[in-house]
Design a binder for this molecule. Structure first.
Ligand SMILES: Cc1ncc(COP(=O)(O)O)c(C=O)c1O
Ligand SMILES: [Zn+2]
Length: 411
C-alpha cells in the first residue's frame, strides 16, 4: 500500500498542511506527492511482477492511495509492448517496440492517471470530479467517476466536435460548452469553478493523478525482462507523461532495481510545440505559444497548465531530446503504424513514431538501439483523420465482373 508523504512544493518546499490544496501558495508551482518506498525489497518487485493483477495496481506500493477499498480500476495498464519488426525495418530501427495504450479502457493513456486520481478522490471523500478537455481526459475522468460513483463535469470550448464529447456523455458526465478560447478563457473559468464548487480537479495540476503515468517505467522494466530501453518517445502536451515516467525510473534506480534509465524524448506537433522550443532554447520553463490547428488534436495545447519545467528537467537529466513533427509526417506515421504493425493509433499518438523516424534519419537513434514509442490514443477517437478516396467509396454492382474491375483499379 502506498504510504504518502505530505504534499510539498518541489520549488520552494512549501507544505499546505492539507491533502486537497494542489498549488503552492508561495510560488504557484504544482505541488508534488511522494510515496514512501524505502522499505521495499527486491523480492517485492519480483512478487509484483508475478502478480495476477494485470493492471497498474500490481504496482500499488508506488501510488498515493492509502485505502485499498478506494481503488477504482477498469483494467488499465499492463498494455502490450509489441516488438514491431515490420515497422522497425521500414524506419531502420530493428528493436522498435510499440507500447499499445490504445487498448486502455477509454482508449487513451489518460486512464493511467485517472485510475489513480479518481481513487484518491474517493479516498478523500469528494463527490464530483471535473476536468477541462477537448477529448481524451474528459472521457477518462467521466468513466472513472462513473465507476467510483462520483458525478463528473467536463468543460469544452465552443466548436468542439460532438464526436469528442459523446464518449464523456456516454459515461454520464455533465458536459459544459464554453464560448471561449481553450488555453485562456476556458482555463480561467475552470479554475474559478474548481474554487467555487469545490469539485475535485482532474487536470495535471492534480499531484495524485500525475503519479499514474509512473506505471510506464515499471511496465517497461517488467516487459523487457529488466533490459532497459535506450529511448522512450512520448507524445507530449503538458509534459506529465515525460515527468512521471522519469520519476518512475528514478524510483527504480533509487531502490537499486535497475542500473540505468532510458533517454526520454518528447514528441510534439510542430503546430503546438512549446516544450520543443523551450528545450531547444535551453529555457528552464515553457513559454506559452498560440497553438495552430494540427491533425494531432489531442496534443494541440499551446499553454499547458502544468509540469513543463519538470518535463524539461527530465529530458535533460535523461540526456534525451524534444522533437517537433509536421502534420504530413504525423499522418504518414499513422499510416505506417496501421499498415505495418496492425495498430490504429490517433494522430497525436503517431507523433512518437514520426519522431523515431526523424531521429533515426538524423543519426541520433542508432540502428541497434532499443526504442519504445508510446501509442497513447486509439485511432477511433478521431476517425476523420483517415482520408478515403471517392474511388474507394464508389459502390459496385453485385457481380464478379464489377469486383474484378474494382480490384484492378483500386487494390
Ligand atoms: C493521445 C494523447 N497523447 C499524449 C498526451 C500527452 O499528455 P502529457 O504530455 O500530459 O503526458 C495526451 C494528452 O494531452 C493525449 O491525449
Ligand atoms: Zn513553492
Amino acid at each position: 500500500m502506498g504510504i504518502t508523504s505530505p504534499l510539498r512544493c518541489p520549488k520552494c518546499g512549501w507544505e499546505p498542511g492539507s491533502k486537497i490544496i494542489f498549488v503552492c501558495a508561495s510560488c504557484r508551482s504544482i505541488l508534488e506527492v511522494n510515496v514512501e518506498i524505502g522499505h521495499l525489497k527486491r523480492s517485492d518487485f519480483d512478487a509484483m511482477r508475478r502478480s495476477r493483477n494485470h493492471t497498474i495496481w500490481r504496482w500499488l506500493d508506488f501510488f498515493p492511495v492509502e485505502n485499498l477499498s478506494s481503488i477504482v480500476s477498469l483494467g488499465e495498464g499492463c498494455t502490450p509492448l509489441i516488438h514491431a519488426t515490420r515497422l522497425g525495418e521500414s524506419i531502420g530501427v530493428a528493436q522498435l517496440y510499440l507500447k499499445n495504450d490504445t487498448v486502455l479502457p477509454t482508449g487513451s493513456l489518460k486512464d493511467r492517471s485517472n485510475s489513480v486520481g479518481i481513487s484518491k478522490a474517493k479516498e478523500l471523500g469528494f463527490t464530483t470530479a471535473t476536468v477541462m478537455s477537448t477529448g481524451n481526459a474528459a472521457a477518462s475522468v467521466a468513466a472513472y467517476s462513473a465507476a467510483a460513483g462520483l458525478k463528473s463535469v467536463v468543460m469544452v470550448p465552443l466548436g468542439t466536435a460532438p464526436s469528442k464529447i459523446i464518449q464523456a456523455r456516454a459515461y454520464g458526465a455533465m458536459v459544459v460548452v464554453v464560448d471561449g478560447d481553450f488555453d485562456y478563457e476556458v482555463a480561467r473559468l475552470y479554475k474559478a469553478a474548481v474554487k467555487e464548487f469545490g469539485w475535485y480537479d482532474c487536470l495535471s495540476s492534480n499531484p495524485y493523478r500525475d503519479e499514474g503515468k509512473k506505471s510506464y517505467a515499471y511496465e517497461f522494466v517488467d516487459q523487457l525482462d529488466e533490459r532497459i530501453p535506450d529511448w522512450v518517445i512520448h507524445p507530449t502536451a503538458g509534459g506529465t507523461g515525460i515527468y512521471a515516467m522519469w520519476k518512475g525510473f528514478q524510483e527504480l534506480l533509487a531502490l537499486g532495481w535497475i542500473k540505468r534509465a532510458p533517454q526520454l524524448v518528447a514528441s510534439q506537433s510542430a503546430a503546438a510545440a512549446p516544450l520543443v522550443a523551450a528545450f531547444q532554447n535551453g529555457w528552464a520553463d515553457i513559454e506559452p505559444v498560440v497553438a495552430r490547428d494540427t491533425v494531432a488534436e489531442s496534443i494541440q495545447v499551446g499553454n499547458p497548465v502544468s509540469l513543463g519545467w519538470r518535463a524539461l528537467a527530465a529530458l535533460r537529466e535523461s540526456n534525451g531530446t524534444a522533437v517537433a513533427v509536421t502534420d504530413p509526417e504525423i499522418l504518414a506515421a499513422q499510416a505506417l503504424i496501421g499498415r505495418l504493425a496492425g495498430i490504429f493509433a490517433e494522430p497525436a499518438a503517431a507523433t512518437s513514431v514520426a519522431a523515431a523516424k526523424k531521429l533515426r534519419e538524423r543519426g541520433v537513434i542508432g540502428a541497434d538501439d532499443v526504442v519504445i514509442c508510446n501509442l497513447t490514443g486509439h485511432g477511433l477517437k478521431q476517425p476523420e483523420a483517415i482520408q478515403l478516396s471517392q474511388e474507394e467509396l464508389q459502390p459496385i454492382a453485385p457481380t464478379l465482373e464489377a469486383l474484378r474491375e474494382h480490384v484492378r483499379r483500386v487494390f
